[in-house]
Design a protein around this ligand. Structure first.
Ligand SMILES: *Cc1c(COP(=O)(O)O)cnc(C)c1O
Length: 309
């Protein structure tokens, strides 16, 4: 987003103290952004805490809730102002169409911090000189997003893709239950394997995010977990190549189980140092557990682990 004139200050939500966080907020900071469950590290974000800190600084909290979905977490109830989802993932569920949604709570008071948000609080000459925060009240942000920004950027979903997405939404609640139940079993199974060095799945009682999981994801998280194998990068590649049911794909959070090694695929432009700063261990394998029979998923993992011997 640098090319669009937007800068970011990164923070580690687990390590940062309230004071350190406040010191990171610059005079021109517009928002705080976090993921309910991060991709690919699978860490759980303390939504309520960062909503409070954002509001103390007079800025909104935006939460990417793609992995939890509204079935398992509703960030607005914890204080988030705006929620985003990539519908490409669980909402469609079948890797059939690309899309995204913005959900605006309408709760953030833009006019109370008008100097920070001129796009919402001063007249828009391209739209009859209306001022979104004055003329649309609680609808201000979402009206600007649709009336002005969708018009200018052209990011409208095709009717066919909207149709496919709607079909996916009808079974989302059933699929999420199954994703979380399958992933819980797979995570427990992987953690007990001698070949596995570590597993990051917040549903595990050993996870450092388990308390946050119990608070924000009491009905289960999602199907995605991160883990590392003992040994070198070679073991990870050999293991993944040996999988038969589980496919190696960049896509994630799908009805079909899939796996990815970010350090050599999606994030290969980053150095080892940058990977670590982004919370991505070089040995991290992202496993996205699907809705197949969990016995079949575990059998596939088992034969692939055996191939390492
Ligand atoms: C994939 C993903 C995105 C980006 O979504 P696209 O639909 O691929 O543009 C954003 N956030 C999360 C958590 C994702 O997994």
């Amino acid at each position: 987003m640098k090319k669009m004139g937007i800068e970011c200050t990164f923070f580690d939500p687990d390590a940062v103290s309230d004071e350190e966080f406040k010191a990171l907020i610059r005079p021109n900071t517009k928002l705080v952004f976090g993921e309910t469950i991060s991709n690919p590290g699978c860490e759980v974000f303390d939504i309520e805490r960062f909503a409070r800190l954002a509001h103390e600084a007079g800025i909104p909290l935006i939460v990417d809730n793609t992995f939890a979905t509204p079935v398992h977490c509703r960030p607005i109830e914890w204080g988030a102002d705006i929620v985003t989802h990539s519908t490409t993932k669980y909402m469609d569920g079948h890797g059939s169409c690309v899309g995204g949604v913005i959900v605006d709570s309408g709760n953030f008071d833009w006019m109370a911090h008008a100097e920070k948000f001129p796009g919402l609080c001063t007249p828009d000459e391209s739209y009859h000189g209306l001022t979104y925060a004055k003329d649309f009240g609680k609808m201000a942000f979402i009206v600007k997003a649709t009336a002005q920004l969708m018009r200018d950027f052209g990011c409208s979903q095709s009717p066919q893709d909207a149709y496919v997405l709607n079909i996916g939404l009808e079974s989302l609640h059933l699929r999420m239950q199954r994703h979380a139940a399958n992933a819980q079993q797979v995570a427990e199974w992987l953690s007990a394997r001698p070949e596995v060095a570590w597993v990051n799945y917040s549903g595990l009682s050993s996870s450092k995010h388990h308390a946050l999981h119990q608070k924000y994801l009491p009905q289960g998280g999602c199907g995605v977990m991160a883990f590392g194998l003992k040994g070198s990068r070679e073991e990870a590649i050999k293991f993944m190549d040996a999988l038969k049911l589980i496919s190696i794909v960049t896509h994630v959070a799908d009805a079909k189980s899939c796996v990815l090694h970010p350090a050599s695929h999606t994030h290969r432009q980053l150095s080892e140092q940058q990977l670590r700063e982004a919370g991505i261990a070089p040995d991290l394998i992202r496993l996205s557990v699907g809705i197949e029979d969990v016995a079949d998923i575990i059998a596939d993992l088992e034969q692939a682990l055996q191939s390492l011997r």
